[in-house]
Design a binder for this molecule. Structure first.
Ligand code: ACO
Length: 428
């Protein structure tokens, strides 16, 4: 491993190699602008590392995902979401005592300020729950401060407030959209059970848990817990780099996640599957539409900036989709069959093979969320719940890294050069 040398005209510049513990090393180009007067251009940051991070490793060609060194397959099989959240946040798997303390501390924050509950009633019923979630996390920053003062920004306190309160905010956004009463958390229930009950329960009776569904949601949240410098995480880091607080940074991450090219894809996949079903179920004509260069239709839930192989999370979700949906007959079953046909058709088609397009995590998640009873527009909220530990861990990692600077990219300006001002009566 050696440094690289940049050479252009009479400039020669040493580009120090920043070694990775695994995967792509980085060449430090920080001195390039000063030495040459020119910058680098990398639209969409496809080839640019924005930081050094020790949280998550992905090898997109081999289909590998590890949190803090542990393979996602083992974590999904053997842990719970809060165990994984602890791992992502603090770097090590918790002991039983650490996990108990962590869970108990987070559970204290499931009950939010009463005025925050009322705030949900001011939101239109038909609001998309993602902006509602983002707005409520912004509001949480003020309610947390009014309750805990500067302690609200203590990193561990803020972490526990966010992990405890966000499921409640997500559930209340849903309750408001269906016009049902808000439920308080029940301290005898687990993190996942509380979220399910606050979403679907009623004050008039007990909520009937289905252990398969509870475990499936636990696993889905584990699979989403972190994914290194994706669009929403980079947004959280970008906002946090200005010194903005952790709550508002995470609210910004929720907004970034809402787009259909990112977390919004799980909703888009289900809409796509229903569309194909309603038009007669012909997956091949849909594939042809996707391949038609004049058409902008995409195969939603396929393709990934990093994975050029099967997304390991998609493989795990597919197994769960099969076991959950096959035991519950109905439309989900029909849509699962369509999804399987679509996947087969795409994977055997040269268009997708040449471009290394495989199912990503979103391809099968919507089907499971639907089987759990969530409406389509809540799917991305579930993604956000899962991604929360990752966002917090990245904000904390950046905050405690002495190398952190405000994130401020350059541009290559391609607009007008200087020209004289034209008064309004002389324009036209
Ligand atoms: N359907 C059809 N063609 C596709 C798809 C797709 N889903 N994804 C990529 N392609 C094609 C592109 O048109 C392009 O073709 P070309 O080389 O002939 O121009 C080629 O594959 C490369 O694609 P890019 O758009 O350059 O890939 P990029 O890394 O920029 O985009 C992205 C990745 C946004 C995920 C893209 O694959 C996509 O839009 N997928 C559908 C949306 C989706 O599922 N998003 C969820 C991503 S996972 C997540 O956020 C959790």
């Amino acid at each position: 491993m050696t440094n690289a040398t940049f050479s252009h005209d009479d400039v020669r510049l040493d580009l120090p190699l920043v070694p990775a513990s695994q995967g792509n090393n980085g060449y430090d180009i920080a001195k390039l602008l000063g030495a040459t007067g020119d910058t680098t251009l990398d639209v969409g940051f496809a080839n640019t590392a924005s930081c050094c991070s020790a949280i998550t490793f992905i090898d997109g060609d081999a289909g590998i995902l590890r949190y803090r060194g542990y393979p996602i397959e083992q974590l999904a099989e053997q842990t719970t979401f809060l165990e994984v959240a602890y791992l992502v946040l603090y770097g090590e798997l918790p002991t039983q005592t650490q996990l108990d303390e962590f869970s108990a501390s987070i559970a204290k924050y499931h009950v939010i300020d009463e005025r925050m509950r009322e705030m949900f009633r001011t939101m239109p019923r038909k609001s998309h729950p993602m902006p509602v979630l983002s707005a409520s996390i912004n509001a949480l920053s003020t309610f947390a401060v009014s309750r805990y003062g500067e302690d609200a920004f203590d990193l561990d306190r803020a972490t526990h407030i966010l992990l405890g309160s966000v499921p409640t905010l997500a559930a209340y956004g849903y309750k408001n959209s269906v016009g049902q009463p808000f439920l308080y958390a029940d301290e005898t229930l687990s993190y996942i059970e509380n979220f399910l009950r606050m979403s679907f329960g009623l004050p008039t009776g007990p909520y009937p848990f289905d252990d398969d569904i509870t475990r499936a949601l636990d696993v889905l949240l584990i699979l989403h817990a972190d994914h290194e410098q994706n669009c929403s995480t980079s947004t959280v880091r970008m906002v946090g780099s200005s010194g903005a607080n952790i709550y508002v940074s995470i609210a910004a991450g929720v907004s970034a996640l809402s787009g259909p090219l990112h977390g919004g894809a799980n909703q888009a996949v289900l809409e796509m599957l229903k569309g194909i079903r309603d038009e007669g179920g012909d997956v091949h004509s849909y594939i042809n539409k996707v391949k038609d260069r004049k058409d902008t239709t995409k195969l939603m839930g396929f393709g990934h900036r990093i994975y050029k192989n099967y997304d390991p999370r998609a493989a795990i979700v597919k197994k769960h989709a099969d076991s959950i949906l096959r035991t519950r007959s109905g439309t989900q079953d029909e849509l699962l069959d369509l999804a399987l046909q679509l996947e087969d058709a795409a994977l055997s088609d040269p268009y997708f093979q040449e471009r290394k397009l495989y199912p990503n995590v979103d391809f099968y998640t919507g089907l499971i969320y639907q089987a759990m009873g969530f409406p389509q527009n809540m799917f991305t909220v579930l993604f956000a719940l899962g991604r929360l530990p990752g966002w917090i861990a990245h904000w904390r990692e950046q905050f405690t890294d002495p190398a952190t600077k405000i994130n401020r990219p350059r541009q290559v300006y391609v607009g007008e050069v200087e020209r004289p001002f034209v008064p309004i009566d002389q324009r036209g």
